[in-house]
Ligand binder design. Structure first.
Ligand SMILES: Cc1ncc(COP(=O)(O)O)c(C=O)c1O
Length: 403
């Protein structure tokens, strides 16, 4: 029996779960989890092999299906999110594509928020319709638009909150009611908050999706993802799709994510504290037109943010006076912010969404999503916040001087 299947051994608090949940100690008595670097598993007899393949007997068969290190990661993340079952995937996009393809078929209708990560938007807008799945995109914070879209029979609803990169929120509890009244399933991408700041299952979500690439690793080392479900049949459908289609997580990556989860509660709070300081500081700058951060008084959904999340997270986006030129000048002048598309790293990063993460979208789609040429996204790392402010100060001055 694994640690998580045994209620007696389930750690009671999130910080303890982050460190302890999911570990099944082997005969060697190892303290840290071993990495099971094996493609397949051996059977005692032909009959046992047949039973494992048929699923009539539990146990490992092949690492595309299950692997003990991957299972330890799945159980630890599941203990944090509070789902029934977690299925690890090769990337965050594999989690999103597997969920939609496993649960939907040609003729089904899917509703997604428009305010989502660029590749997710491409997936919903450009790829799903190729398989005969109809998609309606709606504004994240417009409940009437969700109501109108859900008036049609719908199989699955997808959203991300806070959204990448504009930090717009969706009211998960209110939407879960609408989605369930329509007979659909609600999937929430919890990448920006992680279960430490926001727990979508407690607010009514049916599926929680992660890009483990971001905060779950926390050091920008590798790619991974996860789908968590609270219904056994839904989880089995996603797992069945993944073991056949193939984008499962490797044992090596799972081990790194296990280590990442152990420090997640500390890291995400440190990222959030520093991000709030940076957001407030940016708001007072004359070069800055608008700052997007959920815990700012100026954020239109601040009350919802404080109800739904326990902190604002590590991402701050802001608009500069001026257009693309100003944004690029600022980005090029920064010293302690790496110019890179990743986020959730110990190192602060800076991105120009309109020409990178959201650059492949049609111009109208980008405009409808509110991603302007003057928008800059920061992922606040774990450097001294004073160094980050000094760096931003110098870059903003440089940007203004050349305006
Ligand atoms: C909110 C969100 N969801 C999903 C993804 C996709 O994750 P991955 O790059 O691991 O495929 C990203 C990547 O930036 C993201 O920001």
């Amino acid at each position: 029996m694994s640690a998580i299947d045994d209620p007696e051994r389930q750690p009671p608090r999130l910080a303890t779960r982050a460190v302890r949940a999911g570990q099944v100690r082997g005969p060697e008595g190892e303290h840290s989890e071993p990495i099971y670097t094996t493609s397949s598993f051996v059977f005692a007899s032909a009959a046992e092999a047949a039973a494992r393949f048929a699923g009539t007997e539990p146990g490992n068969v092949y690492s595309r299906f299950t692997n003990p290190t991957v299972r330890a990661f799945e159980e630890r993340l599941n203990a944090l999110e509070g789902g029934l079952r977690c299925i690890a995937t090769a990337t965050g996009m594999a989690a999103i594509s597997a969920t939609t393809l496993a649960l939907c078929q040609a003729g089904d209708h899917v509703v997604s928020s428009r305010a989502i990560f660029g590749a997710s938007l491409q997936w919903f807008e450009q790829w799903l319709p190729r398989y005969g799945i109809e998609v309606t995109l709606v504004a994240q914070d417009d409940l009437d638009a969700w109501r109108a879209a859900l008036a049609r029979p719908t199989r699955l609803v997808f959203l991300e909150t806070p959204s990448n990169p504009l930090m717009r929120l969706a009211d998960i509890a209110a939407l879960a009611d609408l989605v369930h009244a329509a007979g659909a399933l609600l999937a929430v991408d919890n990448c920006f908050c992680t279960p430490i700041l926001q727990r979508p299952f407690e607010l009514g979500a049916d599926l929680v999706i992660h890009s483990a690439t971001k905060y779950l690793d926390g050091q920008g080392r590798l790619l991974g993802g996860a789908v968590l479900a609270r219904d056994a049949a839904v989880a089995e459908a996603v797992h069945g799709f993944l073991r056949t289609a193939g984008p499962s997580m490797s044992a090596m990556n799972a081990w790194v994510f296990l280590k990442g989860l152990e420090t997640l509660p500390l890291r995400i709070l440190a990222h959030s504290d520093a991000a709030l300081i940076v957001a407030r500081w940016l708001e007072a700058r004359p070069e800055v037109l608008r700052v997007h951060y959920p815990f700012l008084d100026s954020h239109p959904q601040q009350a919802l943010a404080r109800r739904q999340q326990s902190a604002g997270g590590g991402i701050v986006s802001f608009e500069l006076h001026g257009g693309r030129e100003a944004a690029w000048r600022l980005i090029d002048a920064l010293r302690w912010f790496s110019i890179t598309a990743n986020l959730g790293d110990t190192r602060s990063t800076v991105t120009h969404p309109a020409t990178t993460t959201h650059g492949r979208l049609a111009a109208e789609t980008r405009a409808a999503a509110g991603i302007g040429d003057n928008l800059v996204r920061l992922s606040i790392g774990l450097e001294a916040v004073e160094d980050l402010l000094e760096d931003l100060d110098a870059a903003l001055r440089c940007c203004a001087a050349t305006n």
